[in-house]
Every structure is written in structure tokens, then in C-alpha cells.
Ligand binder design. Structure first.
Ligand SMILES: [Zn+2]
Length: 294
């Protein structure tokens, strides 16, 4: 099967029938080169040059365009069983199609060729209703603008810039974390800006991808007393531990914790550890920065 990755190469006047499918089905549609639908495009779109614009229902992104080479009615079980998508389908999907034949309704097998996978994030504006016909000039970039200089807006902006494939990978990762608790700690904390960044970013991701993930700030480590006081004021309401010295943890040691007012070990149930060198060491103002850069 011919499959390219070039993005929006269609000429502006070219007409497309919009096909919306859930991610799992559209990937099957593209890999098999055919799928079974309960409808067929209007007659004018059943010509040799007719094209389909395949859209992911979940994200609204255009995944590919393709030539609609054959559309054939499927009205018997014998025909249905001979269709490749039927052979590859799961139990539930097979039943849906069988039931339609049983109740006397037609199905249509659509065969596509010249599949052009989109690498750019594009969406298409369509009106209400199940069938939509659009031209390539209705394709729009999905890249959002940065609405405000907030953590929430930045997270939305960068998710919007992901490619179709990266967005799908992110969705899968987030779904695997659904209902779970994500714990994190930071060393060389400074202002501990990572605390609101983690919380706000995960909160935006949960909303965008309809998952629920609890984010828990377990601990911070900061050598300078003044900065520890700042961290305590800024993030001190979350029941975390605030250690003095990161070096002692190297051999499983203990450090004094300002919250517990005693020395103890770092919490071991940490999923994410955020760490960074002191910025003063590698600052351009520091004449000895080359010692630290290596
Ligand atoms: Zn503690």
C-alpha cells in the first residue's frame, strides 16, 4: 500500500469527504486500506478522483487524506465475512456490523489508496451533521497562540504544538497513569518553581486528555537557609519534607529536615526526581565556569 508523509499538499479546490473515527479504528482503516461504514458519500463524491479526509474524533486532528478508490455495498453475511476490516475486528465491532445486516440495513466497505499521512497538526472546520464535504482551504493549522503568560496557558500551547504521533504517545502515557499518584521531589531547589510547574502542567494534561492523576510534592533539598525559608513560605502547605544537604543522600544517608525537625532519609517512593546544578557555577559571570561545564 502506498503511504506518504507529507502533510497538507492538497490543492485548495480539491474536495474531501470528512471521515471521523476513534483513534484505534482510524489506525486500522489506514493500515488495512479499508473500513466498513454504515454510510457512503453522496454520489458526486463517489467518482474516481474522490478523496477522504480522515480525522481523529478524540483530538479533532486530520490524520491523513486518501483517495477513495472503491466503495462497495455489503448486504449479506457472506460479503461481510469476506471484508478485511471485519476479519481484523474485535468481537464488539463485529457484532455492531452483524446487527446492521440482521436488521436489513446496508453497510459499505470503503477502500482507500494514496494515503497521505499528515505530519503537521491540522484541523478541519465542518458544519453539524454526520457527513461533511470540505475543500483543502478549510484545513487549518491546529497550533494555538499563547493566550497568556501563565503556566496553564503555556502547557496548553505546547500540547497544541505536538505532532499527531507525539500527541498520541502522550495520550497513551497519561492513560497508563490514570487514577494513579505521581510523586516528585527536587534537589538544588532554589525557588522550587518546579512545584507549581508540575502541578499546573499535570492538571492541564488531565483536563485535555480526560484522565485523573494526583500530583504529590514529596520533598525539596536546599542548602541555603534563606532559600529554604522562601520554599517554606511559597510551598510549605503541602506536607512535604525540606532537607538541607543533597550530598549526604549519595550513600543512603540522612539529612536534617526543617519540617520534621530531625534528620531522616529521603522518601523512597519518589516517581520523579528533578535535579539541576547550581546556576551560579555555570553563570557567564563566573570566571571558573569552565570547571563546572565539563
Ligand atoms: Zn521530614
Amino acid at each position: 500500500m502506498e503511504e506518504q508523509t507529507s502533510g497538507a499538499t492538497a490543492s485548495a479546490n480539491e474536495q474531501f469527504v470528512v471521515v471521523r473515527l476513534a483513534t484505534e479504528y482510524l489506525e486500522q482503516f489506514i493500515s488495512l486500506g479499508s473500513w466498513i461504514f454504515a454510510w457512503q458519500p453522496k454520489k458526486a463524491m463517489r467518482t474516481e478522483s474522490a478523496k477522504a479526509c480522515i480525522v481523529d474524533t478524540a483530538s479533532g486532528l486530520i490524520i491523513a487524506t486518501a483517495k477513495l478508490s472503491v466503495i462497495s455495498p455489503v448486504s449479506s453475511f457472506v460479503q461481510l465475512r469476506s471484508c478485511r476490516p471485519f476479519q481484523a475486528a474485535g468481537h464488539l465491532q463485529k457484532n455492531t456490523w452483524r446487527n446492521r445486516i440482521t436488521s436489513g440495513n446496508s453497510l459499505f466497505e470503503w477502500t482507500i489508496t494514496e494515503i497521505d499521512r499528515f505530519s503537521d497538526s491540522m484541523v478541519v472546520e465542518t458544519g453539524a451533521g454526520r457527513t461533511a464535504y470540505v475543500s483543502a482551504r478549510d484545513f487549518r493549522s491546529a497550533a494555538p497562540s499563547l493566550q497568556a503568560l501563565t503556566l496553564k496557558s503555556s502547557a496548553e500551547y505546547f500540547v497544541g504544538r505536538l505532532s499527531v504521533r507525539d500527541r498520541q504517545l502522550l495520550r497513551e502515557n497519561l492513560q497508563s497513569l490514570h487514577g494513579k499518584r505521581l510523586t516528585f521531589g527536587s534537589t538544588c531547589s532554589g525557588t522550587d518553581i518546579i512545584v507549581p510547574v508540575m502541578k499546573q502542567t499535570i492538571s492541564v494534561l488531565c483536563k485535555l486528555f480526560n484522565v485523573s492523576i494526583e500530583v504529590v510534592h514529596l520533598f525539596s533539598v536546599e542548602f541555603e537557609k534563606q532559600k529554604r525559608e522562601f520554599i517554606m513560605d511559597a510551598h510549605g502547605d503541602s506536607g512535604f519534607h525540606l532537607f538541607h544537604d543533597v550530598a549526604v543522600f549519595r550513600d543512603g544517608g540522612e539529612s536534617f529536615c526543617d519540617v520534621c525537625q530531625q534528620s531522616h532519609a529521603i522518601p523512597t517512593a519518589t516517581d520523579v526526581l528533578v535535579s539541576g546544578p547550581s546556576c551560579k557555577n555555570i553563570s557567564k559571570e563566573n570566571r571558573r565556569r569552565s570547571d563546572y561545564l565539563s
